[in-house]
Design a protein around this ligand. Sequence first.
Ligand code: NAP
Length: 281
Amino acid sequence: MTTRTTNPAARTVLVTGAGRGIGLAITQRMSEAGWTVYATARSESALARLNAMTNVIGVPLDITDRDAIATLPQHLPSTLDAVVNNAGIIVSGPVEGLSIDNLSKQLDVNVVSQIAVTQAVLPALRAGHGRVVFISSVSGLITTPGTGAYSASKYAIESLADALRMELRPWKIPVSLIEPGPIKTDMWDGMLDDYDAMTAQLSDEVRELYAAHLTGSRTLLGRMQKFAADPKRVTKAVHHALTSSRPKRRYILDTASRAQKLAVGITPTAFTDRILAAATT
Ligand code: NAP
């Protein structure tokens, strides 16, 4: 791997959702590499923990707060080497039963607000010949029953990132998508509790109609939880995207995800529909 040779101490990155999970792991990895990390979080306690770390500056930010986005550049240096759009949520459930407010929130946090953050820092990135990274997901390549809202958000960010990468060519600003499979964070640790809460919120009618699917999906989630990988798998890819002279456009991080993408690409939709539907009933 070829790395940029300039002094890492002078390098700066904004990481959103850095208080825990993958965002915290990225913050640790890049600060240990000597970068100055502007690490956003929502709670006072997370910001205090971030500020106590070497080379880390905590920035209070709810990415859905448009006023806060407008003032974000005031908390950052005028030149930036990178932004890592990491903050995200997962809304699950059958499409027929999705609360429209939750669907809107899913798309706001995982798509619209990530673009709002990116727009806000692009002048600083342009000034710093910087890079843009989005933490997408294998769910941005493959849709499974019960995760339509989350997949829609990740497909959307894949598409926006692809457009952005082509549009930013004149300024040589690379845009990378990281596409992890399951990673061991709060997102997976709390998955079954969140799933049960989602099920409880469904109307009686939808819960009855989708009873087999809801039970099957819960069983599958429990199995997948055991395969969740260490966040280091993601941080290694992010480090490459930020430091390599040839950052990849896409980082698929494991063989299972690569195989799933290939299988979905070459298999007739009717066949994959049958397989994926059967896996969740
Ligand atoms: P996590 O442990 O649940 O952490 C989510 C992070 O996002 C938290 O720091 C949270 O902040 C922040 N966040 C949520 N809503 C926000 C908002 N409105 N404004 C600012 N920050 C907000 O999840 P994770 O697993 O680390 O996921 C991070 C990213 O990786 C997400 O984009 C996710 O889709 C993606 N991903 C995860 C996996 C996986 O299996 N874990 C796989 C593929 C992709 P608070 O602490 O304030 O809530």
